[in-house]
Design a protein. Structure first.
Length: 256
């Protein structure tokens, strides 16, 4: 990997792409999200300097709260869940960016709510979820666990009453106790150790039974608002006995 300046902003990009599977994985110096769909990347461990052997599949997925808008965010959430449900087992990896967590870890809380909604039995699977922290200034890296502890201790009563949400923070607190896993793309020598750590973590078996569709609050509000608009229109058409339009709107609602 190499660092360069693009439009006055530091940007990290690959010097050389070693496999054709990575050609669809894009990076950008802008705040605009680049990932539009799930990209699977087969990894032959026998060709790497790792303690494991065989083959694993890493998946690059779109993030939640996509900058392209709620419609894209909803489509992303649905595609991610459908892909996960078709897997035999999964090991969720949450990439936490320093620039997106917010002063009071609002970004991390938002992710926690989505995951808690996506995995109803998340309390049983907190050990299966790994956390990678990126773009953290060196002086902030050693205080990641302390920051999570501070957030955990200052959860509101409403947040504490949400079993899935609080369980996720407890799991994150436990996972970072011996030191958070900080990713520095410029230090490629650390990548194999991180890969081994992820491979050796526990898996969530039978994901079809464990995962369900979930959205962040803003996208959920947009979806609910659209559903209400359909309801109003259907009621109006019903009064006019316009059954063709009723059918049309119901078909749209079914797709929604």
């Amino acid at each position: 990997m190499q660092i360069s300046e693009v439009n006055g902003v530091d940007h990290i990009s690959p010097k050389k792409i070693g496999t054709s599977h990575l050609e669809k994985v894009t990076t950008s110096s802008s705040s605009k999200s680049e990932t539009r769909y799930i990209t699977s990347i087969p990894v032959d461990l026998d060709k790497l300097d790792t303690e494991n052997s065989g083959r694993v599949i890493l998946c690059d997925t779109p993030g939640f709260g996509d900058t392209a808008g709620p419609e894209v965010d909803i489509a992303n959430a649905l595609s991610i869940v459908k892909a996960i449900q078709k897997s035999q087992s999964v090991k969720p990896v949450i990439l936490v960016s320093y620039k997106s967590i917010g002063d009071r870890y609002q970004g991390l809380k938002s992710i926690a709510y989505i995951l808690a909604g996506m995995i109803p039995s998340i309390k049983e699977h907190t050990k299966c979820i790994s956390y990678l922290f990126t773009k953290y200034p060196e002086k902030e890296q050693k205080s990641i666990h302390a920051s999570i502890k501070n957030v955990k201790e200052n959860l509101t009563e409403e947040e504490k009453s949400d079993t899935g949400f609080s369980s996720l923070f407890n799991g994150m607190f436990s996972k970072t106790k011996k030191g958070a896993c900080v990713v520095n793309p410029l230090k490629s020598e650390e990548s194999n150790d991180i890969l081994d750590e992820l491979i050796n973590s526990k898996s969530i078996e039978r994901p079809r039974e464990e995962f369900r569709f979930s959205l962040n609050e803003s996208s959920r509000s947009v979806l609910q608002d659209q559903a209400r608009r359909h309801e109003i229109n259907i009621t109006r058409f019903l009064k006019r006995h316009d059954y063709n339009l009723i059918k049309f709107r119901l078909d749209e609602l079914r797709k929604l």
